[in-house]
Ligand binder design. Structure first.
Ligand SMILES: Nc1ncnc2c1ncn2[C@@H]1O[C@H](COP(=O)(O)OP(=O)(O)OP(=O)(O)O)[C@@H](O)[C@H]1O
Length: 209
């Protein structure tokens, strides 16, 4: 699997967010999109996921791909417990036991029967991370995955994501420099155009100012 964005353009109400933008993604590893608020990072993820369509251009390689998307907002189902939020993305067989195991992995086994409104922001984020990982996509879209997490939880979640998604392609959107440096094989600075600022996949580091 390799994904290519070709000459993508997208505007909202006449204001261009993506302007004839192209990017080739590797088949595995973590690619980070780093950039100022409002520059279009989430828009790129939404277009890759097929939730938004481009005005012109194409995204190639995402057809028939199973995608796990950790949205910037947790998007948990408020009428379901933490356990049932995760069960919802699992095949029926053994879903309860598997969901319980995912909750254990994010340190929330004691919160299985709690509803999202009964959880802290950081706990809700960990349920959302568990759900995205449990779904088991071939491609993972991670939009600010560690927001609202304390330092210890963030380190554990970074480790869990690395361990459970080995060999898969991850696209990470973050303002968190530590997470970007720790997880990424490639880092792009996006501000209208992409500038590659780190490339560990090809074992070369390029810094642009
Ligand atoms: N559905 C929409 N309707 C109108 N404008 C939108 C919509 N989605 C995004 N935008 C606009 O497109 C621009 C890019 O938004 P986007 O969410 O992609 O930025 P971002 O780089 O992810 O920002 P942040 O880092 O703050 O999450 C912003 O100006 C935003 O207001």
């Amino acid at each position: 699997m390799s994904i290519e964005i070709r000459s993508a353009s997208k505007s909202y109400h006449g204001a261009a967010v993506l302007n004839n933008f192209s990017l080739s993604l590797p088949s595995t590893g973590t690619v980070c999109l780093f950039g100022p608020s409002g520059c279009g990072k989430t828009t790129i993820l939404n277009c890759i996921a097929g939730l938004e369509s481009l005005d012109s251009g194409r995204i190639i390689g995402t057809e028939n791909l199973k995608i796990s998307y950790l949205f910037q907002e947790d998007r948990l189902l408020p009428w379901n417990t933490a356990l049932k939020n995760i069960e919802a993305v699992l095949p029926r067989k053994n879903s309860r036991a598997l969901a319980a195991e995912w909750l254990r992995l994010v340190g929330l086994e004691a919160a299985a029967d709690k509803y999202p409104c009964q959880l802290s922001g950081g706990m809700r984020r960990r349920v959302a991370i568990a759900r995205a990982l449990a779904y088991g996509g071939d491609l993972l879209l991670l939009d600010e995955p560690f927001q609202r997490l304390d330092a210890g939880s963030k380190d554990r979640m970074m480790e869990l994501i690395e361990k459970k998604t080995e060999g898969k392609l991850k696209i990470l959107v973050t303002h968190d420099k530590k997470a970007a440096d720790h997880l990424s094989d490639i880092i792009y600075h996006f501000d209208g155009k992409m500038i590659k600022i780190l490339d560990n996949i090809n074992s070369e580091r390029q810094h642009y100012t």
